[in-house]
Ligand binder design. Structure first.
Ligand SMILES: *Cc1c(COP(=O)(O)O)cnc(C)c1O
Length: 341
């Protein structure tokens, strides 16, 4: 089950979904009904699981677009059951139990109540049972092993009540790599599809390559003098004659404002520091040490030039976050260009 939520982690949900399907993926996961509908409207017909919560007024849309809900609370199960009763065959759903994430999911008790009272609606078909790992990328495997134990308890309860569930799934990217005994019938890779992982240094990491590059171009060059300042609030002051390049990308495009006076970009196969505050649609860099740069030169924010490389992990380090947030912050306004591998 390929996870393409958040615009496929910023990569473009439709194109990524189409590419994955071409490579044999038969099941996608997104967060919201709206994301699911967008994929349907782009002509994607494979099974789409909605990982996020569902509100009553969305149920008609869910059925109309053949989206598969994940049910995390008893009242949604009842509402879905009533709505599905109008259909001709049982509607597939996945049940989610909370084994330690502390987010969505039925408790073991709620699950047992549903099963014991036979309140599972006959208009629904239990296609999947799932849970989500909280610390699969943490140093200590204990809490994940505990979650696996709790998940096993739910599987046992379900089968003891005579349900046979074709799809049992637990692992995200880090879980897939570190807990191979918990693969069950499906896994849910997200970040690793895009070439990143969050494994601790102690774990054997698979050889992954980042899928995405983020580039812009030099829009203007200017020479400033000692004492001159750059950008809002004058946080950068030149100490020597300094050549400044203006780039037409800023925080509205997903370039984090924490990068003000921090971090680098690549120009002409060399590193140039970001200087001054990142603006809404622009940012400046110091290219004094790279005299050959000209207007129109490609500038790499994420990606590679010769032996120099900047990854979403580097940007995450400079801004105090994780690669996930760096990638999904890249605004849909930025044109995505796709190259077939
Ligand atoms: C986002 C998500 C995933 C994918 O997680 P990665 O760490 O990106 O692999 C899997 N399962 C659920 C329920 C998620 O919300």
């Amino acid at each position: 089950m390929a996870v393409v939520k958040a615009n496929a982690y910023g990569h473009g949900a439709v194109e990524i979904a189409q590419t994955l399907i071409r490579h044999g993926v038969v099941r996608l996961a997104v967060f919201s009904i709206e994301e699911g509908i967008a994929l349907r409207q782009a002509g994607i017909t494979v099974s789409i699981v909605i990982l996020g919560p569902i509100f009553r007024e969305q149920l008609e849309d869910l059925f109309a677009h053949r989206l598969t809900p994940v049910v995390s609370d008893p009242s949604t199960l009842t509402a879905l059951g009533q709505c599905a009763a109008k259909g001709s065959s049982p509607y597939p759903i996945h049940l989610k139990i909370d084994t330690g994430m502390g987010r969505l999911g039925l408790t073991q008790k709620e699950l047992e109540t549903i099963l014991a009272k036979h309140t599972f609606p006959s208009s629904l078909r239990l296609e999947g049972l799932m849970s989500h790992l909280a610390d699969s990328d943490g140093l200590d495997p204990d809490s994940t092993n505990q979650q696996i134990t709790r998940f096993e308890r739910a599987i046992t309860a379900i089968s003891e009540e005579g349900f046979s569930v074709p799809m049992i799934h637990l692992s995200n990217s880090a879980g897939i790599v570190r807990f191979p005994s918990a693969h069950y019938s499906l896994v849910r890779p997200g970040i690793m599809l895009y070439g990143y992982h969050t494994l601790p240094h102690t774990a054997q990491a698979p050889d992954l390559r980042p899928v995405l590059s983020l580039t812009t171009r030099i829009a203007q060059l200017r020479l400033i003098q000692p004492g001159d300042t750059v950008s809002y609030n004058r946080t950068f002051m030149a100490k020597r004659p300094t050549r400044i390049a203006v780039l037409p990308i800023g925080y509205s495009y997903g370039l984090n404002r924490q990068l003000s006076n921090r971090g680098h970009v690549l120009v002409q196969e060399r590193r140039a520091p970001i200087v001054g505050r990142v603006c809404m649609d622009m940012v400046m860099i110091d290219v004094t040490m790279i005299p050959s740069v000209t207007v129109g030169d490609e500038v790499v924010l994420i990606g590679q030039q010769a032996n120099e490389r900047i990854t979403a992990d580097n940007l995450a380090e400079w801004t105090g976050t994780i690669s996930y947030e760096v990638l999904c912050a890249i605004s849909p306004q930025i044109p995505r260009l796709y190259r077939s591998a």
